[in-house]
Design a protein around this ligand. Structure first.
Ligand code: BDP
Length: 723
């Protein structure tokens, strides 16, 4: 009896006790990094409340209104009180926001060179005296700069940065910062792992989902200034009048946030929707059709940005269907767009199985001879690496190789090859590595970042409540924008900001979550494709391991890229092999081409190495391989354990979601390790060391796994039961 009383007492206590004081409230992730929760540090909160007491926004332009709305909402949340808007600067604490053209008050401020140097999109933030009162000023030359400055100021508050003495001038290093959606008109998203497409084509233009505006806010908060809403594997219908009104409605929502809309046309559209007999770029009828089509687009969307084109790639139509060059194709569209100020982003992602050359060399071989042949308003859009968004690749040899053609870099924010929605992989280090890579084309220090005019990220945004399929995938959207604005930002600084804005400023959270994020990419490289291996994912969906994939189109198979045989592993791209090294500048050609100097992390990308050969580290290839796979598993396990220990630091909903995904990641890291190691062992015939974690199954078991045909997320659920 006494025992039962005790039990009921305990049950009552548990049922009615308030949640632990420190456990934050549940969150569904829909606010992204724009959560605007009350500043946690009380001293900092008091400082902010004293520093910002009034908001002075002397213009009604739509973009300035967007900035004002964001500041009002953001300050209300962060400071826990409403900040009055308007009025004269009569007391300390005015936050003055505007451009010299839109505000006499701002025009009269002594901002000098700082504002001029901020350029068309940059901004200045200053702690300064205005009319004898202490004020904070967010000023820019154009309204969009004010909006970016407003978001920057909010970021300072979100990250609990002191405002006293602020003197910031910031301007984007790259003029073009785009998200490319691979979304189809039927509502699916190619390589999308965050639900359906964000765009509700059937309901547009009459119904505008409120999420479009939140999407625009999120983009503007990191300075993304362009959007291609539809897939590069294009549907010509997006150019028809019925769709152009829908695109125009979207453009209207995005415009106040400084976002320009572009479209991805299908090269054969003149045939499919224009009823012409040909799409030959030199045919006068075709040229007239595009000119008229572009005029029509600009009538619907006066600030339309231009076209993104995938042509003669993976089955898409293009100029080569008519024995014309890529330049002929790009120039056709460029000529139609030029009178309106539009641009063409022509993709360099081309390879053909009929061409015997190494797949990773084909784009440079195809495009370098065309340098100088493109119109001025054409940019060549080049993937970060020469293969296809792998966990690690060397930088694409086209960077720096076409001095007369402006290049853009394309990266993939959606993690097609890095565990899609479930695996935690922070991608800033992938992009940082490429942007900082030295091309040597004009001597040392010619980094990829300096060689590009813009950057496009394949979006990871969909209809899921958390937008990106997982809480941590949001960090990649954020990081993309931040690096697009300033490609010199280190990954660790970006992670720091994001964690503070998305989770908490508490050091126990910031330090651990950052550590997980910064370790994650190398973990994925290690358990999926260590030492320069690439494209070892299963066929089609690219989710799990498939180093044995063969058959069909050779240059899309794993065996094409791993070249495993009884002698060793890796693709010989030296002069004795495919000679892909010849596409890099001389110092790199030598560095990559020699076993003595190739970075170990790219070893098997450039060299075929004997299983027992000694690497510079002193280990044999076999030993090094095993160690890398194990390190990947160990890191995934450490990430999961670290997170497990954070239950009282993160709100329960996001804690559990992430915890579940980290369990999946750890199990699948073992799946990757075991399947890969067993497959390599079938060539090397070398033993696993006695202390190595024994694979749960034999090779055949892994080879026989079949993923259910789920177009959204093919998964091998059987594996989850594996120890
Ligand atoms: C590959 C994707 C494929 C895309 C292609 C591209 O697997 O879905 O269509 O790239 O970039 O990564 O065009």
């Amino acid at each position: 009896m006494r025992f039962r009383l005790l039990v009921s007492w305990v049950v009552l206590c548990v049922a009615f006790s308030p949640p632990p004081a420190r456990a934050p409230a549940a969150e569904d992730g829909s606010d992204l990094w724009l959560r605007y929760r009350l500043v946690g540090d009380t001293a900092r909160l008091a400082e902010y409340r004293a520093t910002i007491t009034q908001l002075v926004v002397p213009s009604d332009a739509p973009t300035i209104q967007a900035a004002r709305a964001e500041l009002v909402a953001g300050l209300r949340g962060l400071l826990g009180r409403d900040i009055p808007v308007g009025g004269d600067v009569t007391r300390d604490g005015a936050l003055i926001v505007g451009t010299p053209a839109g505000s006499r008050l701002v025009a009269g401020l002594p901002l000098g060179d700082a504002l001029r140097d901020a350029g068309p999109e940059g901004f200045v933030i200053r702690d300064m005296a205005v009319r004898g009162r202490r004020a904070t000023v967010v000023a820019a030359n154009r309204d969009v700069g004010v909006l970016y400055g407003a978001f920057h100021l909010l970021r300072l508050l979100q990250t609990e940065t002191p405002l006293r003495g602020l003197n910031i001038q910031s301007a984007p290093r790259l003029p073009l910062r785009l998200l490319d959606h691979w979304d189809n008109l039927d509502g699916t998203a190619e390589r999308g792992y965050a639900g359906a497409s964000l765009w509700e084509w059937a309901r547009l233009p009459d119904s505008l989902n409120p999420r479009y505006r939140d999407y625009a806010r999120a983009n503007a908060s990191v300075g993304i200034n362009g959007v291609v809403p539809t897939n590069v594997n294009a549907d010509p219908r997006v150019l028809t009048p019925a769709y152009l009104v829908k695109v125009a409605a979207l453009a209207n929502v995005l415009r106040p946030y400084g976002i320009t809309v572009y479209l991805s046309p299908r090269f054969s559209a003149p045939i499919e929707i224009g009823n012409l007999p040909t799409a030959d770029p030199l045919d006068p009828g075709v040229r007239a059709w595009w000119a008229a089509k572009v005029d029509e687009i600009y009538r619907a969307i006066p600030d339309f940005g231009g076209f993104l084109v995938k042509a003669n790639s993976e089955g898409q139509p293009g100029p080569q269907d008519y024995h014309r060059t890529h330049a002929d194709g790009a120039n056709l569209l460029a000529d139609a767009l030029a009178p309106h100020g539009g641009i063409v982003m022509w993709r360099a992602f081309v390879y053909r199985s009929e061409v015997p050359t190494d797949r990773v060399m084909q784009a440079a071989d195809e495009f370098v001879p065309l340098d100088g042949a493109f119109r001025k308003n054409v940019l060549l859009q080049v993937k970060n690496g020469p293969l296809d968004f792998q966990p690690r690749e060397p930088f694409h040899p086209l960077f720096g190789a076409m001095p007369h053609t402006p290049l853009m870099m394309e990266v993939q924010i959606t993690k097609e090859y890095l565990g899609q929605d479930t695996h935690l992989a922070f991608l800033a280090p992938v992009w940082e590595e490429v942007l900082n890579a030295d091309t040597y084309v004009r001597g040392p220090g010619t980094t990829v970042g300096k060689e590009i005019h813009g950057i496009a990220g394949v979006a990871n945004v969909g209809s899921d409540r958390d937008w990106c399929g997982s809480d941590f995938n949001q960090a990649n959207w954020y990081a993309f924008g931040r690096l697009a604005w300033d490609y010199t930002l280190p990954s660790s600084a970006i992670a720091d900001e994001w964690v503070r804005m998305t989770f908490s400023n508490a050091p126990r959270v910031v330090d651990r979550v950052k550590a997980i994020m910064l370790a994650s990419r190398e973990a994925v490289v290690n358990y999926m494709t260590p030492l320069g291996l690439a494209h070892q994912m299963a066929r089609g969906h690219h989710y799990g391991p498939g180093p044995w994939v063969t058959g069909g189109r050779a240059d899309q198979t794993s065996v094409y890229f791993n070249r495993a045989d009884s002698a060793g592993l890796g693709f010989d791209r030296t002069a004795s092999g495919s000679d892909a090294v010849r596409q890099y500048a001389a110092p790199l050609r030598a560095r990559f081409g020699s076993r003595d100097s190739v970075p170990e992390q790219l070893l098997l990308w450039f060299h075929h190495v004997g299983w027992s050969e000694r690497l510079r580290s002193g280990r044999s290839l076999w030993e090094a391989l095993l160690a890398h796979y194990q390190a990947g598993v160990d890191t995934a396990r450490w990430m999961r354990r670290t997170w497990d220990g954070m239950a009282d630091l993160v709100d329960p909903e996001r804690f559990r979601r992430t915890q579940a995904f980290l369990h999946i990641q750890e199990a699948e890291a073992r799946w990757w390790r075991d399947a890969s190691v067993l497959y390599w062992q079938s060539f090397s015939h070398l033993p696993l060391p006695p202390n190595y974690e024994t694979p749960a199954h034999d090779l055949d078991w892994y080879r026989r796994l079949r993923c259910p045909p789920d177009p959204r997320k093919p998964r091998c659920d059987a594996v989850m039961g594996a120890p």
